[in-house]
Ligand binder design. Structure first.
Ligand code: SAM
Length: 279
């Protein structure tokens, strides 16, 4: 029995349900429930929250979230082999866990939150599959309406990706992700998780990132911002007058009062928004 909830240890769950990890599904499981509780705690108070989790797998993080009192948890899992194990967690926490079998990339999360939310904050907490994690984050950062349906996101990424999310100008990791996250959120690295904490261990260190929406980000058109960051960071070592040539080059930069000789990685989020607004 695991100390946090009286359910069987995850190692036994994995053996009983034959959940050998599949690389194609980005399966690196966390079996230490103290660690999964630490991740869940990073999200903030859960008692009045509706939590959305992507990729519950055998249920380590799921159990932590429920043990810390989340009123409601909706989890989306692509691997049907995990469903019987998650049914046991559901039975242990009656009426609090809903598991949806499917591909998170195809889920309308705002609709899901509206359906399952009951007025409290919606928190996204996930140890994301590495192959779809960045795309999910970008989807959650780019709805047309803002503030979004979520009050916080606490997400595990490869450390390299985490560094890109929290990066600001004059940092080698600064790029499209840093501009998007910096524009609309307060994002911070919470803590690192070493490879050996996972089963099987991935090749690299992971990190937990916590993001909260900025209530009133600088007004700016997302599609234009995306086109600009793509062009500017696509040739990040070149001067901007060259890298954004196809979008107006020197004339555009002059209109936005930005020196055409600068490089993408020196521009603040505010300057990127100014450029997007000048497009
Ligand atoms: N939450 C568990 C943990 O922390 O031990 C498992 C995390 S594992 C890194 C990623 C999980 O996401 C796996 O259970 C995998 O089956 C699931 N997954 C992979 N691709 C998915 C997708 N497109 N939609 C939903 N779940 C997915």
């Amino acid at each position: 029995m695991a100390a946090i909830d009286g359910l069987p240890p995850l190692r036994d769950v994995i053996a009983r349900f034959g959940l050998d990890a599949r690389k194609a599904l980005g399966q690196n499981f966390l079996l230490d429930l103290n660690l999964t509780q630490k991740i869940a705690r990073t999200a903030g108070p859960l008692e009045d929250a509706t939590v959305i989790e992507v990729g519950p797998g055998p249920g380590g993080l799921t159990r932590a979230i429920l043990s810390l009192g989340a009123r409601k948890l909706v989890a989306i899992e692509r691997d049907s082999r995990c469903l019987p194990a998650l049914d046991e967690v559901s039975a242990h926490y009656p009426g609090r866990l809903t598991v949806i079998e499917g591909d998170a990339l195809k889920v309308d999360f705002a609709a899901l939150a509206a359906e399952h939310g009951d007025g409290g904050p919606v928190r996204i907490i996930a140890n994301l599959p590495y192959n779809v994690g960045t795309q999910l984050l970008v989807n959650w950062l780019t709805p047309s309406a803002w503030p979004p349906f979520w009050a916080s996101m606490t997400l595990m990424f490869q450390r390299e990706v985490g560094l890109r999310i929290v990066a600001s100008e004059d940092d080698d990791h600064y790029g499209r992700l840093g501009v998007l996250a910096g524009w609309r959120t307060d994002a911070r690295l919470a803590f690192d998780v070493p490879p050996q904490a996972f089963t099987p261990p991935p090749k690299v260190t992971s990190t937990v990132v916590h993001l909260e929406p900025i209530v009133a980000p600088i007004p700016c058109d997302i599609a234009k911002l995306e086109r600009l960051t793509q062009a500017a960071f696509g040739q990040r070592r070149k001067m901007l007058r060259q890298s954004v040539k196809s979008l107006g080059g020197e004339a555009l930069l002059t209109r936005a009062a930005i020196d055409p000789q600068r490089r993408a990685e020196t521009l603040s989020v505010e300057e990127f928004c100014r450029l997007a607004n000048a497009l």
